[in-house]
Write a protein that binds this ligand. Sequence first.
Ligand SMILES: [Zn+2]
Length: 397
Amino acid sequence: MPYFFDAHCHLMTFDEPDFIMFLKQIGGNISKEAFNSMLSPDYLLDFRNKKLPLKVGNLINVMSHSQSQIAEIIERDLQGQYLAANEKAFATTERFTFSAHSFDKYVICPMVMDFTSAQALEDIYYNTRSSKDAFWHADKMLASIDLFYQNKPATLLEILPFAGINPPAYTIDEIERWLHSYFNNYDPQEHYQNKERAHFFGIKFYPPLGFNPWPDDKDERAKAEVIYSYAEKHHIPVTTHCDDEGYRTTDIEISHHHTNPETWRHVLEKYPLLKLNFAHFGRQYQRTHFMRKQEAWRNTIIDLALTYDNVYADFSFNGVAVDYYSDLSNRLTQLKKGEQRRLKERLMFGSDFMINLTKVSSYHQYLKNFEEADLPIDDKLAYAGDNCRRFLFEKVH
Ligand SMILES: [Zn+2]
């Protein structure tokens, strides 16, 4: 029963992001933000790109759909419904095909983002907070998945969502209630979505919202640790955002400290069995003052993956340009044979759809980049197959 996995994507509509926190951050630091984007020429919105209005239109139109409709868009795109007549689709209604290998199901893991901030909104007139908290986001995702399966009982897709939480915005009691609400019946054995009643398969953290994974403050540490120990005990996979760009509501230096995989080293020292995935494989867009590329985060992740058997990295978003895969291949060949083999068991394919539409025209095109990438086919199949399966379902001891 071979399944193909996209370990990291989003079904995000305009209903979810907390635009006010984002604006506050940009507004308060305009010169620093401008400087930062000058040093990160490769990232999200490249304002010199003439095709930008078309790309933004593509993204905005996707986000104008509901979450279940965005899942339908992915399936339709796999089945070629948006393609020109001469282009080949990846899937029929029954099967998905990748480089002549055939799969029964296409699995997507949408990451729920909890945009709830711990910061107060004291400087605006209507300063009450919206009630869209981690519970609201989680319930909405589950309802959307239920709706998707009601509408499409014979779908090719399996939807295995991750629930997001921003711990500083909650009390420890609320965090425990959240864990019990969404992971009470969690069972790590290989299983797929309950078509009657959707549930979660993992936890998502997003440090640029102000979450320090290993804070010095005793109370904040306790909140983080209650999640790590629960996840470790119940074999729940955890994905943490790990590149130096993206939506951010804290100061850039603080955000980079929290996102830096070195900060997670402390977590792994205490919770060595935690199944932890560094999303985007620690990609750093910010260049040094000499415009040199930085690789420290990726090197740290490689070191952590070789030290801890349950550390993974997905390369979602990075594959928007095909040359990413040659860079990845070069990095892998620098490792000793045994290390290379072990690391190749921890890398996962991910799209970061619909965020990736800022840089790529479609889900289809992102997959096509991966299919055409200059990597051995067995490695590709592991990245989109067994590695994801182990991260999601393996019981670790
Ligand atoms: Zn993402």
